[in-house]
Design a protein around this ligand. Sequence first.
Ligand code: GLN
Length: 462
Amino acid sequence: MKIADKDTKAVDLVRAALEKAHEFEDYHCFISMNEARALEKAREIDEKIARGEKVGKLAGVPFALKDNYLSREGVTTAAAKMLDNFPSPITATAVAKLEEEGAIMIGRANMDAYAHGSSTENSYFGPTLNAADRERVAGGSSGGSAVAVALKIVPFALGSDTGGSIRQPASFNGVYGIKPTYGAVSRYGVVAMASSTDTMGCFATTAEDVDLVMKIIAGRDEKDSTTLDDYWTQELGEIEAPKKKIGLIRDCLGEGTDKEVIKATRDYAQKLEAAGYEVEDIEMPILKYGLAIYYIVQPAEVASNLSRYDGVRYGFRSNDANDLAEVYSKSRDEGFMAENKRRILIGNFVLSSGFFDAYYLKAQKARTLLILAYNEQFVKYDALLCPVAPSPAFKLGEKTGDPLKMYLEDVMSVPPSMAGLPALAVPAGKTEANLPIGVQLIGQRRSDQLLLKIAKDVEEIQ
Ligand code: GLN
């Protein structure tokens, strides 16, 4: 990516990004723009450079920010009516770290409200269009971020991934997207979805650019006690895969997976072989429970996290409420989208005293078995390979009427999330109709950089 220096002006980088954002306005990547402040910051950086002062590693680099990251620049809506006009009092740690290095946020990227969804059609502000085909979905929930990078409006964008929200839109739009190890990046200042699987990552067009951004935002943060010590320290070139072996998860290539997706995954396996890796088919039958585990645990955490929106402390309050009970019920009824409410209902159901053991506890036990099944594979393999999603980008409106169909989109992306593992979505070709297809490399905890190195090895032979 281009960084401001003596020859490249930050103002030009930011202006070019803003112009492109306007040119592609009808894709609806952004909920709001940060134009004036972005240009002002760019000017400050140019002045510093002119004075010969030191500037950061991402000086003048424009980026798009998923609208669930709090920032004191503008409002943070999480694409929900509930937060439609929420000026944040704080800035998320990841954003603050990028700003310290001179990166400049040009706008807030569209998403499914509260990150609930797989298409960015659940946004209160309307859907984002796919970068390759405007009749298709962007993927979700970080659809705006993915499309902004795919259209080359910005060289990178931040997203969040709880069960696929970075990887799936990355794969639908033909860019890289990383869901790091749980705890790699601070969640401080990001609107919570499901706290035990929320991860913060980014989109970019090369493995090196992903690494550059992640190196900056990863690391321990005293404001998020689940963050890990900073392990994102190597240069990709220095990394050697210890086993040079990849397991191809055959369970993901059966019935229900689009033929072109299967072919792209097999083709990518061949490229891995050409890059010096041995690839073996493996079976992980437990993966068939992944979706069921996720759609119990995640709504339970959503129900808890969304209980703070009571119409009293902050966010939307209904104008029709006549007493306190109505402040709660009407504000929540009017402020949440149908999908948010569905998850609150499911979550409270699986946590209720009569059903807790049968659903929530059982799901947590199955989750442990899933973690163990992955661990077993990592004794033998550096990483596992499978598609990101069963199909390429689907048509707008195709699944909005059928929540279960929409949830099925997540069947391959949620298992690594439940296990807290890093997973990298890598562009792996296109369908005959020119729709991008992505595969994912899944590794053991803290092996994020190894995944990037493996992808880079493949990039280099192409
Ligand atoms: N599509 C998944 C869901 O709707 C994942 C969302 C996410 O990762 N934020 O739950």
